[in-house]
Every structure is written in C-alpha cells, then in structure tokens.
Design a protein around this ligand. Structure first.
Ligand SMILES: Cc1cc2nc3c(=O)[nH]c(=O)nc-3n(C[C@H](O)[C@H](O)[C@H](O)COP(=O)(O)OP(=O)(O)OC[C@H]3O[C@@H](n4cnc5c(N)ncnc54)[C@H](O)[C@@H]3O)c2cc1C
Length: 332
C-alpha cells in the first residue's frame, strides 16, 4: 500500500513527488524515460525563482507577425529560457525520493488500486498528473471542452534562432503561429489552435508554416493537445494536477509553471499543510481570469484591439500595453 500514487512523471507529477518527502510514494510513467512530452521546454521567470539551476538559453526578444508584417520587440531581461523538457524533469527528479517506475502505463483505476501491465498498486491518495489525455480525469468522468486546443508543427534539427508569434485572425481565427525551441538543439514551427484536431486546419497550417518560414529540411511533423478546461482539483482522495486538471494558461499556452505549482499545492494539501489549499485557490482564480481574457481576446472587437497593439508593439501606448501584459504573464 502506497500513501500516494502519482500517475505521470511530467512537471506536475515530479513536482508533487518532490514535495511529498517522507511518505511512501510511487510514480508510474508510461514512457521509458523523462522528457518525451511534445513541448517547447521554455520556462518563465516565475518558475522556481529561488532555485539555482541552469535555466538554459535566455530569450530577450520576441518577433510578432500580423497580417501587415513582422516587428521585433527587445527587452533588457529574459522573459523565457529554453531549458528543454529532459533537462528540467531530470532536475526535478533529483530532489525526489519517490519510487519511479518507467514503461508502466496505468490501464485501469479503481477506488483502491491502479493497474498496469506489470501489477496492481494500492493507494491512499491518487494524483492524476498524466497530462491532457488523462486516464484519471476520464475515470472521474470530467468533460474536456472549454478550453482545449492543438499544436501542430514541423521540427527542425537546428537550434532556435528567434522566438516568434504570429497573430492572424483573418486566416486562422482563435489560433497563433509560432517559432519556438523544442530543446536547446531543435526548433519547432507551426500553429496552435483552439478546438478539436481538424485535418483541414492541420493541412492549412502545414502549408502556411512551410511558406511563411521557408522550411526546406525538417525531421518530422508532430501534434499535441493542451487542456485548459479546469473543473476542480480534489475529488475525495483523487486529485488532478497540471494539464490533467486543465491548469494550462489558454492565452499563452504556458503550462510548466501551472503544472509544478499545482503538483506542489496538492502535495502540501495531502500533507495537511494549510499552504496547499492557498496555492490551489490562487491557481484557480488566476485560471478563471485567464479564461475570461482568452474568451475576450478571441472575440471581436477585442480580437481587433489585440491586432492594433500587435501591428507595432515597439513604442508608445502599444508598447506600454504589450509590456504590461507580457510581464504580468511571465512574472505572475
Ligand atoms: C507544442 C507545445 C508546446 C508547449 N510549450 C510550452 C513551453 O514552452 N512552456 C510551458 O510552460 N508550457 C508549454 N506547453 C504546455 C506544457 O507542455 C504542459 O502544460 C505541461 O507539459 C503539463 O505538464 P504535466 O506534468 O501536467 O503533463 P505532461 O507534461 O503531459 O506529463 C504527463 C506525463 O504522464 C504520462 N502519462 C500519461 N498517461 C499515462 C498513463 N496512463 N500511465 C502512466 N503515465 C502516463 C506521460 O507520459 C507524461 O510523462 C506546451 C504545450 C504544447 C502542446
């Protein structure tokens, strides 16, 4: 019998595990190693600000594309760093004393145990930190609708040379194009959109990215779902953290911070520390605000106000608004 079983060794699961020292904890991970999530692996200044670790490549400029062209905005300090998922998750794992089983997919959940192809494991508390295709969320019968989305991109085998976002509401409503790192050595270029995976959008996105970024050689195309449909974190002795809980910020698609913070909050709640509830309440209210902003941003006329700001966010009032919003999101 384990005090806590955590499904998923991503940022949410590992963060939860590292805050549960002293309890008998088992982490079950379906992949054979860490860091396999399709992600850009970038962290903002609010991620573990008091901890000393190599945060990776700093990003001090952002290129914004709109229907009328591209503009680059420069800052004195980094708003993001490319650490890469493998490195970041290894850093989190080093401070865990939980038992971690790789290559063990949880296939079946009951109120007292979970089952993989290798065995049955009994739990007192179960944490679903298993991402946007969560089996735990499914077991709890929670819907996943508002807001979910997909990212679809080319992967290039070269380090990323620019951080770029494209806002094209006429061509791709409720979407944005991106150039971001995949790791310190690779780049991903594509489109993120709200809603279900759609072959027609994917095909259009593929053509658009190929032309827009003059892609000649790529190693693969990948697609991944994100979940920002938050419906609660505590269901008796079962909890949902990170993307399984829908904590992803739908506006920026930043999820690592929300994953590690929800993992920490749930761990502290299990340990009966009042700080746990506090962390979860503040995540809940931040999420409510992000969803409201997202709904406004994707609806006219707000969509066109954003367009006006992004057409040239380099000086004047547009720069002030752009800076305020960006740093509010990055610093928290
Ligand atoms: C293309 C893309 C780019 C992104 N870029 C960024 C970024 O740069 N910065 C950022 O902050 N956020 C980014 N995000 C969001 C971020 O990836 C997620 O919010 C974050 O990974 C959530 O962490 P998690 O631990 O909740 O889930 P995950 O990272 O998805 O981890 C879940 C883990 O559970 C495991 N698992 C799933 N099912 C089972 C099962 N049945 N049994 C056992 N194990 C299981 C998975 O293998 C996985 O390891 C991006 C998302 C996408 C789609």
């Amino acid at each position: 019998m384990y005090d806590v079983i955590i499904i998923g060794a991503g940022p949410a699961g590992l963060s939860c595990a590292r805050h549960l020292k002293g309890l008998k904890v088992l982490v079950l991970e379906k992949n054979d190693s860490l860091g396999k999530k399709i992600c850009s692996g970038e962290i903002s200044p609010k991620v573990l600000p008091d901890e000393q670790f190599d945060r990776g490549h700093p990003w001090k400029s952002i290129t914004i594309g709109t229907e009328t062209g591209k503009k680059t905005v420069y800052f004195e300090n980094p708003f993001l760093w490319t650490v890469g998922r493998y490195e970041f998750e290894n850093y989190l794992m080093k401070s865990c004393d939980a038992e971690i089983h790789f290559s063990e997919t949880v296939k079946h959940i009951t109120p007292t145990y979970v089952e993989t192809s290798k065995g049955k494991y009994y739990y007192k508390h179960l944490v679903g930190a298993d991402g946007s295709f969560s089996i735990v969320r499914n077991y709890l019968k929670l819907p996943m609708k508002h807001i979910t989305g997909w990212a679809y991109h080319y992967v290039l085998d070269v380090p990323c040379s620019e951080f770029s976002l494209c806002w094209l509401p006429k061509t791709f409503p409720k979407s944005y194009g991106y150039v971001m790192s995949k790791s310190r050595k690779q780049t991903m270029l594509g489109l993120a959109w709200t809603g279900e995976f759609d072959q027609a959008i994917a095909a259009k996105a593929k053509d658009w990215a190929m032309k827009e970024f003059s892609i000649k050689n790529y190693i693969k195309l990948e697609a991944m779902k994100g979940n920002a449909d938050y419906r609660g974190w505590k269901f008796g002795n079962i909890y949902l953290a990170g993307d399984a809980g829908g904590f992803l910020n739908p506006l920026t698609t930043e999820g690592i911070y929300y994953a590690i913070t929800s993992g920490e909050g749930i761990a502290k709640h299990i340990l009966r520390k009042p700080e746990g509830e506090k962390i979860m309440k503040s995540l809940e209210s931040a999420h409510r605000w992000q969803v409201l902003m997202f709904d406004l941003a994707t609806k006219s006329p707000f969509c066109w106000i954003i367009n006006w700001i992004l057409e040239d966010p380099r000086k004047g009032i547009r720069r002030k608004i752009f800076n305020w919003v960006l740093w509010k999101f990055m610093k928290g």
